[in-house]
Design a protein around this ligand. Structure first.
Ligand SMILES: [Zn+2]
Length: 325
């Protein structure tokens, strides 16, 4: 399927099946060969064991766009996505990181109360994040059968700042020993980084290394010099222009059609609550952390240690410490 009208329709067709009581969103991710339509939802492991309780400072749901990205059965690089609603800044970062090149948004999505309440988030952050990544953004009117331009990059635009995650094909198999060697040998300056082994469909093993970084196209140097642009605050939620290593590993793997290997995912410090929910949503049950007492969050309200204890005590995930030797 490769038709934006059919794709947006398939999202609209399922949007009311979203288990979320208020904010029902659906997305359809597609390329020439495959498509996947999902709503926002609680990952089964979370819903079955703890229901709709919050996890740390994050809702236990994963957003529709992320639900598609984490389960698409092909590389997400170069795909397109049709969404019933304007996307939030976190999804905009995930969309940019996973190599999506075109975003369609249902025009009715801009008229909903939900969108009007959150309008600034989309205008001030999501649009800017996607524009910097060189993503084309369109508004679809299903009834009129028209597509309006919200943003189109200049012809031949290449993001001025891009720091893709490092992906290296391995010649030795993934074992606890080879994983420890990977963690020990990475030369990285950033205190917050992560690595993982991943496989492709042929079963070949790759190492992935990512540090915390500004979203595609944003200048890391400028952020560090000027300080981060002030995070937008809506409904008590804060967003930043940075991506944390675990999200970069998840969406970087998706971009290249790789699957992170269970038991071979490591972060130097504790990820944010939102990342932990994404990790569960992607189907993982274990995470190794270098320093569990340090947290990778700029949000003073985020409580990743609460998220960890909730996930641990419900038997949803296990965490273990794995240090650089
Ligand atoms: Zn979102």
């Amino acid at each position: 399927m490769n038709d934006p009208f059919l794709s947006i329709q398939s999202a609209v067709d399922v949007v009311l099946t979203s288990p979320h009581p208020e904010n029902k969103v659906a997305a359809c991710l597609f390329n020439q060969k495959k498509s996947l339509t999902r709503t926002n939802a609680w990952p089964v492991a979370i819903f079955d064991k703890i229901g709709t309780t919050r996890i740390g400072d994050s809702s236990g749901t994963i957003h529709a766009e992320v639900n598609c990205l984490l389960h698409f059965e092909d590389r997400t690089d170069g795909t397109e996505i049709a969404i019933t609603d304007p996307c939030c800044p976190n999804c905009a970062k995930s969309i940019a990181e996973s190599g999506i090149k075109t975003v369609y948004i249902d025009h009715k999505g801009f008229l909903k109360d939900f969108a009007i309440r959150r309008g600034n988030e989309f205008q001030d952050m999501s649009l800017s994040i996607m524009a910097h990544a060189g993503i084309s953004i369109y508004e679809i009117n299903r009834k009129e059968k028209t597509i309006g331009i919200i943003y189109q990059p200049e012809q031949g635009y290449i993001p001025p700042e891009d720091n893709p995650i490092e992906i290296i094909k391995q010649i030795i198999p993934a074992t606890p020993d080879s994983f420890q060697t990977l963690i020990d040998n990475v030369r990285i300056k950033h205190p917050s980084w992560g690595c993982a082994f991943a496989t492709n469909q042929a079963g070949e093993v790759f190492s992935l290394v990512a540090s915390s970084h500004a979203a595609v196209g944003f200048s890391q140097e400028r952020f560090e010099k000027e300080g981060q642009p002030s995070p937008q605050t809506m409904d008590g939620k804060k967003y930043s222009f940075y991506l944390s290593p675990l999200n970069r590993l998840l969406f970087g793997a998706a971009k290249h059609g790789l699957k992170l290997m269970e038991r071979y995912i490591w972060t130097s410090v504790t990820p944010t609550s939102r990342e932990l929910v994404n990790l569960v949503g992607a189907g993982y049950k274990t995470l190794a952390i270098g320093d569990i007492d340090q947290c990778d969050t700029t949000d003073p309200q985020d409580k990743p240690s609460d998220a960890i204890s909730t996930l641990k005590s419900a038997g949803i995930m296990t965490f273990h410490t794995l240090k650089r030797t």
